[in-house]
Every structure is written in structure tokens, then in C-alpha cells.
Design a protein around this ligand. Structure first.
Ligand code: XMP
Length: 319
């Protein structure tokens, strides 16, 4: 797309001008915005950029390896994989209140990012994937009970505290333009088209107490579900799809014996901006096939339900 090609050149020149020969740090989440921001900065300033990927142990199956692998090994960015899952899961142990979970994760995220950033010699700038709608929103809208996709990784107030200046190379763009720019920069289309994923990750898809056992089961079930959606060619029609593992075990039969395993709920919604959403009208055939696959392939789950709540009154996530 020629427009994005022109934008890209102009944005690169602006970054070079702003940053000079200083070093820039960036929190890379693997989401579209931070990924495109990182790729653009890398084009502009190469090795002067270091990304920190905070791994809270609440990511999807193989997610950390995929994101770090792509940016570090495939695109040659400096990426620190901050594997702090022990820390996060330790602090979350026994916590079941949703907002407390969010607060713990948000606080630790900042601490961890700061710790790694302090170790980066000569950092003078913090890069953020702020978009045009975020710029507008922060002026006119002061947020609801749940934070936006961005604000968890948006290390608000941190730049001043750390003596860093901000670089926000996507500030003039809308989401679809960011996607186009990402493609222009060579990020894979499948990566650019990924569903949004909340900052607190699987913590809010595991209602009640989080345990390693539940997380492991959830990861496997979610991977089967997403695989089903992709195989049926439905991924791009859906805004977000995921599994929530329910804090209840139910009885089932398997062969000659009875099982007593977790129940899970599948969620899939269509939406324009996440503010309102409709549940996705899967065929019964698809749902039946998916339930069978999850129960056969994921040890620890013996019951699958489909969440048919729209938003409002429901939320997209379960917590
Ligand atoms: P809800 O569940 O409120 O979700 O209907 C709307 C959108 O926001 C995402 N979401 C979050 N993102 N931190 C985030 O970064 C959060 O605490 C959070 N809670 C919900 C959710 O995935 C959906 O896209």
C-alpha cells in the first residue's frame, strides 16, 4: 500500500530526528500495537532499541517462545525475555478476587519492567504503541471498571519516574492503519490479525484461584479451540475467542470408569471495539466436534459449555 509506504518513511525520519543516537526501551507484549511500534523503531534505529517482553506465566501455549522467537531470531531485535512467572504466580497464589488479581499483575508488571529497564545502559526514551484513539480517549473518557487492552502495558507515569522521554510513533494512526503498517514492515499477516489478548492474560480466564494445574489445562484446551476455529476458517470473523476454565469439577464417564474433572466454557464474540459484543453463532456441528476434541485431547476436562451471553449485560472476559 503506497500510502503506508510513504507514512513509514516519514515516521522513520521523525523517529531518527527525535531520538538521535540515544537508546530506546520498549515493553513488547506481542499485541499488534507494541509489535508494530517495535518493528518500526527497529527499522529507524536498529540496535539502539531494546525490547522487554514481560512473561508473567499467564500467557497462552507457546506464546512467549513464538513472540520472542519472531522478534529476536527472525527480525533481529534486541529482546529481553523477562521470565518472571515464579514471581507473578507466587503473588497470585490463593487470590480469587478479580480486581485484586488485576492490581497484583499491574503492579508487578511495572516493577519487573523497571527492573529490566534499569539494567539497560544509557536508555533515554521509552517507546509506546499509543494510537490516535488512545490519545483522544485519554482526554475525553476516563475509563470504566475494566482497563483497555493497552493500559496494562501502558506504563503510565513511569517515564517521568524513570527520567525517560516518550516516543509514540503510532500516535496518528487508527487500528486498521497500524495493521497495514505492520504488514508493510514485514510482520506476518497471521500475527497482525491476532485477536486481542488482555494484559492480565489467563488470570482472568481462570475464575477463582489460579493454580499451575488449571493454567496448564486451560492452555491446552484454548489451543485446541483456536485450532478448530482456524481449521473451519472462522478466525477472522471473530473478534475474540478463548476458553475459560471453571472453578468446578463435574462427574463424567470415560470407558468403564467415572471421571471428576474440570468444566470449561468456550467464548467467542463479534465486536467492533470491544465495548459491545454478540456471541458468535457457531453451528451445532462445530460445537459438538470441538467439545469432543477438547475432552479427548485435554486431560483434566470432562465437560464443555458454550457461553451465549452478549455484552451488555455480560462482559467478554469471565472476570
Ligand atoms: P470485557 O471483559 O470488559 O473486555 O468485556 C473488553 C475488552 O477488554 C479486554 N480486557 C482487558 N484488557 N486488561 C486488559 O489489558 C484488563 O484487565 C482487561 N479486561 C478486559 C478484553 O479482553 C476485551 O478485549
Amino acid at each position: 500500500d503506497w500510502t503506508m509506504g510513504a507514512y513509514r518513511e516519514q515516521a522513520i525520519a521523525a523517529i531518527k530526528e527525535q531520538v538521535g543516537d540515544a537508546h530506546v526501551i520498549c515493553a513488547l507484549s506481542g499485541g499488534v500495537d507494541s509489535s508494530v511500534a517495535a518493528a518500526l523503531l527497529h527499522e529507524a534505529i536498529g540496535d539502539q532499541l531494546t525490547c522487554v517482553f514481560v512473561d508473567h506465566g499467564l500467557l497462552r501455549l507457546n506464546e512467549a517462545e513464538e513472540v520472542v522467537g519472531m522478534f529476536r531470531d527472525h527480525m533481529n531485535l534486541n529482546v529481553i525475555h523477562a521470565d518472571e512467572s515464579e514471581l507473578f504466580l507466587g503473588e497470585l497464589d490463593g487470590v480469587s478476587d478479580p480486581e485484586t488479581k488485576r492490581k497484583i499483575i499491574g503492579r508487578l508488571f511495572i516493577d519487573v519492567f523497571q527492573k529490566y529497564a534499569n539494567g539497560i545502559e544509557g536508555a533515554a526514551f521509552l517507546a509506546q504503541g499509543t494510537l490516535y484513539p488512545d490519545v483522544i480517549e485519554s482526554v475525553s473518557f476516563s475509563g470504566g471498571p475494566s482497563v483497555t487492552i493497552k493500559s496494562h502495558h501502558n506504563v503510565g507515569g513511569l517515564p517521568e519516574k524513570m527520567g525517560l522521554k516518550l516516543v509514540e510513533p503510532l500516535r496518528e494512526l487508527f487500528k486498521d492503519e497500524v495493521r497495514a503498517l505492520g504488514v508493510e514492515l514485514g510482520l506476518p499477516k497471521s500475527f497482525i490479525g491476532r485477536h486481542p489478548f488482555p494484559g492480565p492474560g489467563l488470570a482472568i480466564r481462570c475464575p477463582g484461584e489460579i493454580t499451575r494445574e488449571k493454567l496448564e489445562i486451560l492452555r491446552k484446551a484454548d489451543a485446541v479451540y483456536i485450532d478448530q476455529i482456524r481449521r473451519h476458517g472462522l478466525y477472522d470473523e471473530i473478534w475474540q475467542a478463548f476458553v475459560a476454565i471453571l472453578p468446578v469439577r463435574t462427574v463424567g464417564v470415560m470407558g468403564d470408569g467415572r471421571t471428576y474433572d474440570f468444566a470449561c466454557a468456550l467464548r467467542a464474540v463479534t465486536s467492533v471495539d470491544g465495548m459491545t459484543a454478540d456471541y458468535y453463532p457457531f453451528s451445532h456441528e462445530f460445537l459438538g466436534e470441538t467439545a469432543t476434541r477438547i475432552i479427548n485431547e485435554v486431560q483434566g476436562i470432562n465437560r464443555v459449555t458454550y457461553d451465549i451471553t452478549s455484552k451488555p449485560p455480560g462482559t467478554i472476559e469471565w472476570e
